[in-house]
Design a binder for this molecule. Structure first.
Ligand SMILES: *Cc1c(COP(=O)(O)O)cnc(C)c1O
Length: 369
């Protein structure tokens, strides 16, 4: 498979505002390819960022047959660019597609396309501390058909956009509202894949939390409303006695985060004990009150680590570490971002420098359109 490239004669913008609101500014180019039942994937191309034309009957618009991914490109001090475990995102994209009855994408080709796109728009990878280029691959069902059933045509695309530091006011804890009536996902459902409906379904509760003065929602299991699942669109970790990190085991309704997996591998190397367990919220709140849980934090690509300072169930607020970021969260944040930005050794081989193909824009730009 090959990619046709129609690059703009020059980048529209190599510079952008310092405080970009996440997900509102997009780079010059995008990748697209289309799928038809008979012919498979075809027409892979990178061209200027543009609007789509979709049939109003397109299946995605009615039944939400869609999957997506989220990863970042990081600017190194030497000017180069790193991706972090992109193979894991490519694999998860296909896992999501399988669950949503969508076609598989060749993982190596997906990664090559992403690489080429980021290489072409490398001027958009910011170099301020803590900033990055956010990369959003997605696939949608485009068949114009209202009868319920898997579509037979699809559009796969990748867009990117600069993202400022997640913590504009420093590494500050968030306040979390425990959803007591609504559930994010059920075992056997689609909570463990990245599909749009999960996020649409969470908006009502986020709004309820915001109205009560909280910034994030903690989700409990759907069967008993007792076991901790996730926080917002992040996985969650609890620190016992400053040395043991526990996170809910993958229950079938928890999204298997790549940041979560990375922390589970990295933390033992740094001397922490780690565990994956079924975690009862009442037990956790009691352990917080007893001072045994010393830190709570969310983890995901966007923030890497997001300390939690308050957890509220019904009207009772439980404060963690005096609502201050803790040393374990800070250490893990520094170590993991250190690896991502190429400031620390990478013993796990997680970092993929942007390939030389993408680093050499001259031949690729020759097909200017
Ligand atoms: C994407 C996501 C995560 C975090 O996954 P990472 O691979 O670490 O970015 C966690 N929970 C939900 C619901 C997600 O969508």
């Amino acid at each position: 498979m090959s990619i046709t490239i129609h690059a703009l004669a020059e980048n529209k913008r190599g510079s952008f505002p310092e405080n970009i609101r996440f997900g509102t500014v997009f780079s010059d180019h995008m990748f697209t390819q289309v799928y038809d039942e008979g012919s498979g994937w075809r027409d892979a191309r990178i061209g200027p960022y543009r609007k789509f034309s979709l049939d109003p009957a397109a299946a995605v618009l009615h039944y939400g047959q869609e999957v997506f991914e989220g990863l970042k490109a990081y600017r190194r001090a030497d000017g180069g660019i790193n991706l972090f475990r992109p193979d894991q995102n490519m694999r998860r994209f296909n896992d999501s597609a399988t669950r949503m009855m969508m076609p598989q994408v060749d993982e190596a080709f997906h990664l090559e396309s992403l690489n080429t796109l980021v290489g072409l728009d490398q001027a958009w990878v910011p170099d301020q501390e803590g900033s990055s280029l956010y990369i959003r691959p997605a696939m949608i069902a485009t068949s114009p058909k209202l009868g319920l059933g898997a579509a037979d045509s699809y559009l796969h695309f990748i867009i990117t956009g600069p993202a400022g530091p997640y913590f504009e006011q420093g590494f500050n804890p968030v306040s979390v509202y425990i959803a007591d009536r609504h559930r994010r996902a059920v075992v056997g459902g689609v909570g463990e894949v990245k599909t749009g409906g999960n996020y649409a379904a969470s908006l009502l509760v986020s709004e309820e939390a915001a109205r009560k003065g909280f910034t994030q929602v903690l989700w409990l299991d759907a069967v008993e409303g007792r076991f901790v699942e996730e926080v917002g669109a992040m996985n969650i970790c609890f620190v016992y006695g400053g040395s043991k990190i526990v996170t809910p085991s993958l229950s079938g309704s928890i999204l298997p985060g790549i940041t979560r997996d990375s922390l589970l591998q990295l933390a033992p190397v740094l001397g922490y004990e780690v565990g994956e367990e079924r975690l009862d919220i009442h037990r956790l709140l009691a352990d917080i009150e007893a001072g045994e849980v010393t830190e709570v934090f969310g983890c995901g690509t966007a923030a890497v680590i997001s300390p939690v300072g308050q957890l509220a169930l019904h009207d009772r607020v439980h404060e963690i570490n005096n609502n201050l970021p803790g040393p374990v969260a800070k250490r893990l944040f520094d170590e993991l971002t250190g690896i991502q930005y190429g400031l620390r050794d990478d013993p796990f081989g997680w970092v993929t420098p942007l390939s030389s193909v993408a680093d050499c824009p001259a031949p690729l730009r020759s097909q200017t359109g």
